[in-house]
Design a protein around this ligand. Structure first.
Ligand code: PLP
Length: 373
């Protein structure tokens, strides 16, 4: 069994992806070829955002967003410590300081009720992460940001395709940044990412920063980066869009089925496993299907012995990572600390069969029974 089944996906989309790639090989415009603008237009339509800017990765999207917002040394950005390192890493690289705020223990997303206490005169932005494919409390976060004159950058690396109160992830705040890392809900065959905004000036700044701050050929109006997305990778995304709607529906259905099976077969028997809470006004596209268990290493060993791959997203909160820990209290953000000890991601792909999913749940039950004994 694969943790993320990209082979079945390619088999289903081979004709479309191969034709798209061949077209790029034929026209030869590998940098900023026509597929870049075509993909940007398609993704802007999908999210409802006025602007989509394709960039080299999700990491680059975050950096470009922060640069475009004009962050300066000493500025602060409020974010979650329970995320992939890139979130805080780009804040530091942009010259600012990440200020961590704890998560909600049941959804693992930034706890909006804790944000206001962390705001100082130096705060410039809030960067919630739509972890595992579920958007955080964006209405509350946007309201706090509006009260304090802050920007909101959604780190939507894991949530492209997710819905929130009738809107689309990536188009819920000042700017949304996603990743097309191959295993993401929408992935290419290498690195790629995109930014979304409805602000014309911000979009223009992002477009310029993406190509070394150029507003015209060899006219550098600002400091930028080499942040373009390859034409070939945009062609792969265009090929994958052919069944993306179906894949997102499948991901939701597989997540619901996992929840149902685990509730009925494991939790009903008293086995110690906690599901991730998904709020009723939004959905989850399950970039990872993640549950919480105690004695995780033993549970993982049992699953591994049965040939079932698992992963941990993420084993340490960022205030415990050497690169970000200086001056921070390791006992702070207790929900993030506890989640990092307990989260366990199970196999998830649009092509995961019911039979494989049944087997994952059966072996998980055996593993939990062993731990509880
Ligand atoms: C929450 C989060 N932010 C940022 C990134 C960075 O994206 P990329 O790998 O495309 O640079 C990732 C990807 O793993 C992520 O999960």
């Amino acid at each position: 069994m694969q943790f993320t089944d990209l082979k079945s996906q390619y088999a289903a989309l081979k004709a479309s992806i191969d034709a798209r790639i061949q077209r790029v090989l034929d026209h030869g415009q590998y940098i900023m070829g026509p597929e870049v603008a075509e993909m940007e237009a398609a993704l802007a339509r999908l999210t409802g955002a006025k602007h989509c800017i394709a960039v080299a990765s999700g990491t680059e999207a975050l950096l470009i967003a922060l640069m475009a917002l004009g962050l300066k040394p000493g500025d602060e950005v409020i974010t979650t410590p329970f995320t992939f390192a890139a979130t805080a890493e780009m804040i530091v690289l942009a010259g600012a300081k990440p200020v961590f705020v704890d998560i909600e223990p049941d959804s693992c997303n930034l706890d909006a009720s804790l944000i206001e206490a962390a705001i100082t005169p130096r705060t410039r932005a809030i960067m919630p992460v739509s972890l595992y494919g579920q958007v955080a409390d964006m209405v509350e976060i946007n309201a706090i940001a509006a009260r304090h004159g802050l920007a909101v950058i959604e780190d939507a690396a894991q949530s492209f395709g997710a819905r929130y109160q009738g809107g689309a992830s990536c188009n819920l705040s000042t700017v949304g940044c996603t990743s097309f890392f191959p295993s993401k809900p929408l992935g290419c065959y290498g690195d790629g990412g995109a930014m979304f905004t409805n602000d014309d000036a911000l979009a223009q700044a992002c477009r310029e920063i993406r190509v070394h701050g150029q507003s015209g050929r060899y006219h550098h109006t600002r400091v930028g980066v080499g942040g373009r997305m390859d034409t070939l990778q945009c062609a792969v995304i265009l090929g994958k869009l052919e069944r993306f709607g179906w894949e997102i529906e499948r991901r939701r259905a597989i997540g619901d089925r996992y929840n149902r099976l685990i509730t009925d077969q494991l939790i009903a028997r008293g086995l110690p496993v906690q599901l991730l809470a998904v709020r009723p006004d939004r959905d989850c596209v399950w970039a990872q299907y993640t549950v919480m268990v105690d004695d995780r290493a033993r549970v993982m060993d049992t699953l591994k012995a049965a040939g079932i791959p698992t992963a941990v997203h993420y084993p340490k909160p960022l205030h415990h990572q050497p690169a970000y820990a200086a001056g921070l209290d390791p006992a702070a953000h207790p929900h993030s600390v506890r989640a990092a000890q307990r989260v366990l991601s199970l196999p998830m792909s649009a092509d995961l069969s019911d039979a494989d999913q049944d087997r994952v749940v059966t072996v998980l039950a055996e593993a939990l029974a062993r731990v509880a004994a």
